[in-house]
Design a protein around this ligand. Structure first.
Ligand SMILES: [Mg+2]
Length: 256
């Protein structure tokens, strides 16, 4: 079946481009300290409120420019909608933020059916998220960590922790936080990120919902790209998956 045959009749040519669901951080760009080449202001990818901005390499910038033309590029990110708004890449289609808690339409509106669904899950997880945050605070007397609950529309979505020094400091928190989180939360650890997301809120669930409600996506070619093990579930909804060569997924494969 050719791409044209796979697309419903009557759609504009742009709708027939493959849809590429892509993670952002450590896939399309990374913070300056992870750059393998000098940072360049013209390749600024995302501004950070703490000044630790993210940049693209020369090859990432070239690839992103090509992807913006060749595909319908849909970010699928743990970034909140606020943090996503600080990204400089001109995404002009759907967007998925906050680990799948928010789906934004091409004109920037929140997808309401999904928002109502997430609202219920958020309510069920609120006490657990507050407990994770409070316990971390008890172990942070000398501020080795920064930690917070990511919120959307005033609702708690997921809990995350970052080290203010060595990434390995997160080892001191991981064990008891995982015990406290139990089965109610999905654990994620990659680099300086440790997070706990309520079961049911996920990048995969959001991508699946978007595919379900948009026939032009469902009937077309779907590609996916990401660096983390926790990206794999949403990537497996695609016809083809892509991973950065230096990534958590690539390292895991290399261990086999
Ligand atoms: Mg990533």
């Amino acid at each position: 079946m050719t791409p044209t045959d796979a697309s419903p009749p009557g759609l504009p040519e742009s709708a027939q481009r493959p849809v590429l669901f892509t993670d952002l951080d450590d896939t399309l760009f990374q913070t300056a300290r992870k750059m393998t080449e000098p940072v360049c202001a013209s390749r600024l990818a995302a501004e950070a409120t703490n000044g630790h901005h993210s940049y693209m390499t020369v090859s990432q910038a070239a690839m992103t420019a090509w992807l913006l033309k060749a595909t319908c590029l849909v970010p699928v990110t743990a970034r909140s909608t606020e943090a996503l708004s600080r990204c400089r890449i001109p995404f002009d289609s759907w967007k998925i933020a906050s680990n799948g808690a928010v789906i934004l339409s091409p004109d920037g509106k929140i997808e309401r059916d999904w928002s109502h669904h997430i609202s219920r899950l958020s309510g069920e997880a609120e006490a657990g998220l507050e407990a994770l945050n409070a316990e971390t605070a008890k172990h942070n007397a000398v501020e080795r960590f920064r930690h917070w609950i990511v919120r959307e529309e005033g609702r708690p979505i997921y809990f995350c922790v970052k080290s203010n020094g060595e990434e390995a400091w997160l080892d001191d928190l991981e064990g008891f936080l995982r015990t406290l989180a139990g089965e109610q939360f999905v654990y994620h650890r990659n680099g300086n990120n440790l997070s706990f997301t309520p079961q049911g809120i996920s990048k995969r669930a959001a991508v699946a919902h978007l595919i379900d409600i948009r026939s032009e996506i469902r009937h077309g070619i779907i590609l996916a790209m990401g660096d983390s093990l926790t990206d794999l579930p949403f990537m497996q909804l695609a016809n083809m998956m892509m991973i950065p060569p230096a990534s958590q997924v690539a390292s895991a494969i290399g261990k086999e």
